[in-house]
Every structure is written in C-alpha cells, then in structure tokens.
Design a protein around this ligand. Structure first.
Ligand code: GCB
Length: 623
C-alpha cells in the first residue's frame, strides 16, 4: 500500500486570509520578488533588564495608550536640554544584519536576553494603490517589531519567516524600524531550555521591504501527483481579492498555460498535465520556470517535478528505489569565527562539502534552515530532510507549546512547499514516549499531512534494548505507526559502549516501512592521532564509522542514513578543554572544514553505494 494519501486541496485552504500580523502568519513567497534590502549596519542597544520595554513597575510600554518616550521603540531624542532620555540609538554601537550577535562581538558570545535593533530607511517609491510589506527571514527567538514608534506585531520562533503589512505607515524619508530581539530560552518554548546547539541570537536572516500591487499573488503550490501520467495540481492564493479573480499559471517549457478563478478566500486551484517532463532527481535536477499571474502582478519561480513515496520497505523517487546517502548539518559556518550561515556563498559551501562526501541527501538539523540552502539544493540535486525544533523535552502538556510548534511547522511548510529537494518533513527529535507526547505529535502529523501530501513525514526516534538480551536493539514507538519512514538516532560506540559493540548488536524493527538512521557518530578532534581504541582520536571515529556502516547494512529495509554530523559545531554542552572548547566534535570536518579520517571512510562507502545503483540500473536497462 502506498503510504502517501492524496489530501483534497480544499484542506489546504486554511491558509487563505489576508496578511495582517505575524501572529496570524499566511505564507508569502518573497524570495524571487524584487525588494529593498534593509540589511547591513543596524544600531543596537543591549538590554538585559528590558529597560526599554518595561517601566520600573514592570509594565510593558507597548501596551500603554501613550507609551513614554523612554520606551526604546519610540527612538526618541531629547527635544530640549531638560528632557531626560536615557538611550540614544544614533550614538550606540552597531551589528550587521543578517547575523547572530554572539560571533560579532566578544562580549555577546554567551549573551541570552534582549537586544534592540534600529534601522533608518527611506521608503521606496510607490504608485497608486501599491502595498508595502516588511519581511524578516528569521530572528531568534522572539521579535517585537515597531515602525515609527508604532507596534507592528511580534513573532515567536527562531527559524521561520514573518512579515507585516506597512501600507500607509511609511514616511518618504527617515523611517525608524526598531526590533527587539529576545533569545532567552523558555521552558515552554520550541525548542525548550535544553538543546545541543548554540543559542545564537539576533536578526539572523535578511530583512526586506517589498512593494506589491494592491492585488497580488501571495502564495502558490504546485505538485506532481503521478510521475507516470504527469498529473500536476496546485493552487494560488491572491491577496486583496475576493471571488472571481482570474489567475494564470504558466510553465513555458512544458507548454502549460492554465487559468483559474479565485473563490471567496482568494484561492484558485489548478490541475494540469506535464507531458514529457523530465523529472527532478539528484542525477538530473531539472528545473522548470513557473509564472503565476493575476492582473498586473507576476510571481516568478522555478520548480523541480518529482514524486517521493514509501512502498513497503522501499523508498521510491519517481517510482524507483533510492538510497539516501546522507549527512546531517547545522546551520552554522564557523570558518573565521563565524556562527549562523548568512549568505548564499556559505550555504553553497556547506552543500559542496556534502557533495564532496558523495552524499545525495542532507538532513537539515534541528530547525528550518535558510531559504538559500533549500533553493541551492533544488539546483544542485541534493535531497533534503527539514525539521522543526521539537527537540528532547518539549512541554507536551501545554497547548501554547503545541500552537507554537504548529506555527513553526506551518511556516516551514509554507515557505518551502515548492522545493523538490525537500522529500521529508520531520516533526521531532529524540522525544521521550508518553501519552501526552503521542497526542502532541499525532496532531502535528495530521497538520503536516493536511498541508502537504507530496512528501514523507518522519521524526528521529530512539532505540532501546530487549530487557532479556542487551545486544538486541529494538525500535518500537507508537510514533512509528504514524510515520511514512521509520527514522531513529543511535550512538552505539559512543554513548553506548565502544565501537566493537556494533559487531554484536542485532536489530528488531517491526514495521513494514523504510528504515532510516538519522544519526550516529563519535567525537574526534581533528588532528588528534592515536589508536582506534582511544576516544577523541580520528582513528576511533573512523573505526566507529566502519563498524556502524557494516551493522546498518544488515538492517532489513535500510534506505539510508544521515550520520552526525558534517562539521564540528558550537554547543555550550561541550566543555572539555583542549578537545571540545565549546564545540561538539562529531563533525567529519573540523569547524573550519578540515577533513578527519572518517570523512574518507564515509565518502568511500557512499561511492560504492552510488556505483551499486548505477550497476543495478544498467542491468535493468539491458533486460
Ligand atoms: C543527538 C542529538 C543531537 C546531538 C547529538 C550528540 O542525539 O539529536 O542534537 O548533538 O546527539 O552529539 O550528542
């Protein structure tokens, strides 16, 4: 039985009302739209006590009818020599946007709290009824946004986009945009207090000002439903229109040119047939131009067409079995002391490292990464796993936490649903089994399926041992029933015995589903030589890779793996001086990109895997 069930397009139409505030996020496809970038230098005030936000009775200024000029978002200057204003953005220091604050100033390396950002800008020229929107790629973790002293809204969640309409709110010159970014970790947050990555704060992705016509194409989706017939379906969401508006979808290279009419929510649905389309795959990442038009608005994009299915224990890309030669990745580029990835070039470098490993698949851990890397993966033919930071010990009992996780899921899918490279949405990582957690993740899985029927759903689960046989590993979790692919992390040879244990362990995975090992690994300090039984040496890590890969090869239904991890990454949990120094050392590369011995082991394993597939395909062709 195919585990992908087509969901009626009508269930997608929860995504339709007008964009008003970031707290009611409706997807907005902005990447290919022209925009005024508001990147570069922003003035900042570091505010650990949130003095610019609360008065001395701890009452928030932005909830007062007339916020005083001492509120930092008023961006005030003394009007006369007797006016007391205890801040001054103009005279303050600066940070670069996009970017984390931790790696830009030494004093902010460990900072967790609020920083106020301020940018002055002139409005772009607009005509007639054109509309304007301020769009943020991401800010970690909570952002409160103010324009010319007025609150536009706020957004929670560090890795997904948000935006506000600013039509009628811009002055021709000298607009003051103030953003309070707060990265304090929260027990009820997503993620929660405890993770294994650096809590980089700041406006970490681009800020852009978009100008659109009064009525414009805010969002669209196109998907290939059947690789044999070329049947496509999709929809476009028109903002500012009610029913009866014509929308035109064109894929010129496929001679597709269809028209549809919006319903009362501004949604137009399409179906079409892609005759003779070349399907997207890692070997041939063919992209097709897409144009969605309404009135004088036009959204340009490029998409790959592919199907991905789980059938029994097989994973099928365009109907053919595929093995995921993967690697996990954090959104970090620590070369030259850097932190979060901020540019296309850095994202490209990360994918290039993955390709040097002969990988065809990358797990973007543990939160949605920047849009650059997802789009580059489309172009380069790298399949992706994208996940939300439902990690370890989220507060499963809190409805607010659930809504937060669901919003992040919707924002992730909303942004990236047209990217052929993404084949798996992952909902959670290493979460402890309980009734409350099962309920939480069941709801999330239902939501993900209702938004997107063209991908697989998974979650990184865990193994346990048979109480009667400590070398019989079992993957059994009620969550597995809900998933299209059974994925789990395991650390035999690191947190669980030494690498020789991998030679003895057998696996019991009682599902008729593909099996994916989403993590394994060992720490090694690049350059540390020694024997293969000594922890932290390159030799130990390399030996662990050899033994683990041999073990995984014996698992029935093994369709791929994304070992942990491509490059060493910062984590405050990693304190060991001289070895870790704030870095998780499970990278196959050092944080600056120098390969360790295990890099070569995995590269060779993947080379063989790729060759085997070519051999099978050749044999099939000659049959
Ligand atoms: C895991 C986590 C990952 C950690 C890794 C480790 O299981 O999913 O986030 O960084 O182990 O190195 O311990």
């Amino acid at each position: 039985m195919k585990t992908i069930i087509m969901t009626a397009l009508s269930t997608l139409l929860g995504l339709t009302s007008l964009a008003a505030s970031a707290t009611e996020f409706q997807p907005f496809q902005t990447y290919t739209r022209p925009a005024l970038p508001l990147n570069g230098e922003w003035k900042i005030i570091v505010d650990p006590y949130e003095n610019g936000y609360y008065n001395y009775r701890y009452e928030p200024f932005d909830q007062m009818d007339n916020p005083p000029r001492s509120a930092y978002f008023r961006d005030a200057k003394p009007r006369h020599s007797g006016e007391l204003i205890e801040y001054d953005f103009d005279a303050s220091e600066s940070l670069t946007v996009p970017g984390d604050w931790n790696t830009q100033k030494e004093k902010l390396y460990y900072y967790e709290g609020s920083i106020w950002y301020r940018k002055l800008f002139n409005a772009p020229a607009t005509e007639g009824k054109q509309r304007t929107f301020l769009h943020f790629g991401a800010a970690n973790y909570r952002a409160d946004v103010y324009l010319n002293g007025e609150k536009l809204g706020h957004h929670v969640g560090g890795f997904t986009p948000f935006y506000f309409e600013t039509t009628g709110k811009l002055k021709p010159q000298g607009n003051s945009l103030v953003v309070k970014v707060d990265n304090k970790r929260q027990r009820d947050g997503v993620p929660t207090l405890n993770t294994d990555w650096w809590n980089y704060g700041g406006i970490t992705r681009s800020v852009r000002l978009l100008v659109t016509p009064e009525v414009f194409v805010r969002d669209y989706k196109i998907q290939l439903n059947d690789h044999k017939t070329g049947e496509l379906s999709g929809y476009a969401v028109v903002d500012g229109a009610g029913a009866g508006r014509e929308v035109r979808l064109t894929l010129p290279q496929l001679n597709i040119d269809v028209r549809a009419t919006t319903n009362a929510e501004g949604v137009a649905t399409f179906s079409a047939r892609a005759v003779g389309a070349q399907l997207w795959s890692p070997d041939s990442p063919r992209m097709y131009q897409v144009i969605v038009r309404t009135g004088n608005d036009r959204l340009d994009d490029e998409v790959g067409l592919r199907t991905i299915e789980a059938e029994g224990k097989q994973l099928l890309l365009n109907g053919k079995p595929i093995f995921l030669r993967g690697i996990s990745l954090h959104e970090e580029y620590a070369v030259d002391g850097g932190g979060r990835v901020t540019s296309v070039e850095e994202a490209r470098k990360q994918l290039q490292w993955a390709r040097d490993l002969n990988a065809n698949f990358v797990r973007l851990a543990h939160y949605p990464h920047n849009e650059h890397i997802v789009r580059l993966a489309d172009q380069l033919g790298v399949m992706l796993w994208s996940e939300i930071p439902v990690y370890w010990t989220i507060n499963w009992d809190s409805e607010e936490t659930y809504q937060n996780a669901q919003a992040q899921l919707e924002e992730m899918i909303g942004r990236d649903k047209n990217r052929a490279s993404i084949i798996i949405w992952s909902l959670a990582n290493e979460t402890p089994v309980s009734e409350a957690r099962n309920r939480f993740l069941t709801r999330l899985a239902d939501r993900a399926r209702s938004l997107d029927s063209s991908r697989l759903i998974s979650a990184a689960m865990e193994k346990h041992y048979d109480p009667e046989n400590p070398e019989r590993a079992i993957v059994e979790d009620p969550l597995a029933e809900l998933m299209d692919i059974v994925s789990f992390n395991q650390y035999i040879g690191w947190y669980d015995g030494l690498h020789e244990k991998a030679e003895r362990v057998t696996w019991h995975i009682p599902y008729d589903k593909p099996v994916f090992i989403s993590e394994f690994g060992a720490g090694a300090k690049q350059g540390l030589q020694g024997d293969s039984n000594t922890l932290w040496t390159e030799a130990y890590q390399a030996e662990l890779y050899r033994k683990t890969l041999a073990m995984l090869d014996k698992i029935d239904g093994f369709v791929g793996t994304s070992p942990w991890i491509l490059a060493d990454f910062r984590s405050p949990r990693r304190a060991l001086p001289g070895v870790q120094d704030d870095f998780n050392r499970k990278g196959l590369l050092s944080e600056t990109g120098v390969p360790k011995e295990a890099f070569g082991v995995l590269r060779e394993y993947y080379r063989q895997r790729a060759l085997e597939r070519v051999t099978v395909e050749k044999a099939e062709q000659s049959e």
